[in-house]
Design a protein around this ligand. Structure first.
Ligand SMILES: Nc1nc2c(ncn2[C@@H]2O[C@H](COP(=O)(O)OP(=O)(O)OP(=O)(O)O)[C@@H](O)[C@H]2O)c(=O)[nH]1
Ligand SMILES: [Mg+2]
Ligand SMILES: [Zn+2]
Length: 343
């Protein structure tokens, strides 16, 4: 099989190695968009559709598929990374959001939006998905001391890649090009107004996304909506942009949170109690580290908050109902007690 054209789509040895001898020359293709009844696929030779049917495994944007010579679904190739979330309320069902993303640009602006806790939240999502995070600190031009804030982020993890950038300056976009070369797949995450669309436009080299500035002028005419989720970038890579990724919550994310706070996990292993909550129990090595000055108290509270959030979101609907019921009962008994006291 000639794979040179596939390389541009992100094809690499990791996927090639999965092809077995009998089927090595069957066509492979990447999912570039997902519709209700069909997938949009791209192969070395072009774009085509594949009807979804119930026998297929769950497939998402970014996946690699192998087809039979007649164009029927043969198999889904193992993923290098995967963003997913549990469908709200269901016990087992999960929604796949995006597969085989190489790099996640975590965009936070250096003005009002700047928050280490929020960055840690996004890092947890990236780590859970096994995607390399790059923290992009935008609006550096509006910040008096970008370098000080950059160091604060770098202190979270000495190996973390952190870039400060003015998204409005085309030359500065160059700082992100090392992750946007041929065959690379990148995605973006960040709160509203931090400059994601501005960045996307710069990386795609076309005014395809509505930005705040354009909205201000109320010139919506330039907004181009395509159903596609994988877009070719100027640098040769692909930008994976799907609405589900922007709304991603922490669910079943304890591994992601734990690896984001690796030093806390390491201290916690030495706590006297294996189920230590690090909230004042004797022999708590996490509190010990804070007292010694080896751990920031902010880190611990951020860690605990994210752990609670992911546990809460991971609870099934029936668990939530049970909790509500217990809560309702408690309220009832408090009320009737009050009533009893009155009479
Ligand atoms: N000065 C400055 N302004 C920026 C920078 N990045 C973005 N902006 C401006 O900030 C505003 C919001 O940018 P967008 O790109 O629309 O932000 P977004 O993240 O896409 O926002 P949502 O679509 O709401 O999620 C626009 O007016 C941009 O021109 C930057 O680095 N410096
Ligand atoms: Mg936007
Ligand atoms: Zn402890």
């Amino acid at each position: 099989m000639d794979t040179s054209e596939l390389t541009q789509l992100g094809w690499r040895p990791f996927f090639q190695q999965q092809l077995d001898l009998d089927h090595w020359d069957h066509p492979v293709c990447r999912v570039v968009a997902q519709h209700r009844n069909r997938l949009e696929l791209l192969s070395g030779t072009g774009k085509f559709d594949l009807a979804l049917n119930p026998d297929m495994p769950a497939i998402t944007v970014g996946d690699w598929l192998q087809l039979s010579p007649e164009g029927r679904f043969l198999r889904l190739l193992e993923r290098q990374s995967l963003f997913r979330r549990k469908a709200p309320g269901s016990k087992v069902k999960e929604q796949l959001i995006a597969a085989n993303v190489d790099t996640l640009f975590i965009v936070t602006s250096l003005n009002e939006d700047f928050s280490l806790n929020r960055i840690e939240r996004y890092l947890s999502l990236a780590n859970e998905a096994q995607v390399e995070p790059v923290v992009v600190l935008s609006k550096a031009d509006l910040c008096a001391e970008p370098e000080r804030l950059r160091r604060e982020v770098q202190n979270l993890d000495p190996l973390l890649v952190v870039e400060t950038i003015n998204c409005l300056d085309a030359r500065e976009i160059g700082k992100l090009l090392p992750w946007c070369g041929e065959g690379a797949t990148v995605a973006l995450m960040g709160s509203s107004g931090v400059g994601k669309s501005t960045l996307v436009n710069a990386l795609l080299g076309d005014e395809v996304q509505d930005t705040g500035a354009i909205r201000d002028k109320d010139d919506k005419g330039r907004h181009v909506t395509t159903g596609r989720s994988l877009h070719p970038m100027k640098g040769g890579g692909l930008l994976l942009d799907t609405p589900g990724l922007r709304e991603l919550q922490l669910t079943n994310c304890d591994e992601g949170v734990n690896s984001t706070f690796a030093e806390i996990t390491a201290f916690a292993k030495q706590c006297r109690f294996t189920d230590c909550q690090h909230a004042g129990e004797p022999g708590c090595m996490v509190q010990d580290a804070i007292a010694r000055g080896d751990l920031d108290a902010r880190r611990l509270s951020s860690y605990l908050k994210l752990m609670r959030e992911q546990a809460f979101n991971s609870a099934t609907l029936s668990e939530k109902r049970a909790r509500d019921k217990r809560f309702g009962k408690m309220i009832k008994s408090v009320l009737s007690e009050k009533q009893a006291r009155k009479t």
